[in-house]
Design a protein around this ligand. Structure first.
Ligand code: ATP
Ligand code: MG
Length: 158
């Protein structure tokens, strides 16, 4: 487990950008947290770390948006609109999860059983005072390795 406090949008995106520098093809990052917690904001920073130039917006109505101009492809998914129906819609999730890029999934809780076992979870909450609190959890060796790399780049006081 690795935790961070982000006082500003810039701080959130700077942390996410460092993660974007180390992610590898086949990595899956699940972002959870309330509406407005900062999941899309975090994804924008991660995209910057990958070198994606195209602006990253919320893919709520497209569900999956692919960005191909970075170091590796970014598959940005937002499952919110599908909700409980997500597990019944065959959107070819595995093509993304096990593909040539990194998958970043907002509202991944709706996909639970379809997610790869080895994944990185980032749970964002709004802290008192308006900053953001982020807890990373890894569920396998791949995700654990990525957390170690991030911790080296962004040491935390916790
Ligand atoms: N430290 C911070 N980190 C991230 N966002 C912040 C921070 N402080 C304030 N914000 C604001 O919080 C909002 C986060 O919105 P964002 O769209 O990223 O949330 P989301 O989790 O993707 O929501 P949704 O579930 O609707 O997709 C933005 O308006 C952003 O400016
Ligand atoms: Mg969002």
């Amino acid at each position: 487990m690795l935790t961070y406090e982000m006082a500003s949008v810039e701080a959130t995106q700077a942390l996410a950008a460092r993660l974007g520098e180390v992610v590898q093809a086949g990595d899956v990052l699940c972002l959870s947290g309330d509406l407005g917690a900062g999941k899309t904001t975090f994804t924008q920073g991660l995209a910057r770390g990958l070198g994606v130039e195209e602006p990253v917006s919320s893919p709520t109505f497209t569900i999956i948006k692919e960005y191909d101009d970075g170091r590796i492809p970014l598959y940005h998914m937002d499952i919110y609109r599908l909700g409980e129906a997500a597990v019944h819609e065959d959107l070819g999730y595995d093509e993304y999860f096990y593909g040539a890029g990194v998958s970043v999934i907002e509202w991944s809780e709706y996909l639970e059983d379809l997610l790869p076992e080895d994944r990185l979870l980032a749970h964002i909450t709004i802290a008192e005072g308006g900053g953001r609190h982020l807890v990373f959890t890894a569920t396998g060796p791949r995700a654990t390795a990525r957390l170690k790399e991030l911790e080296q780049l962004c040491p935390t006081s916790h």
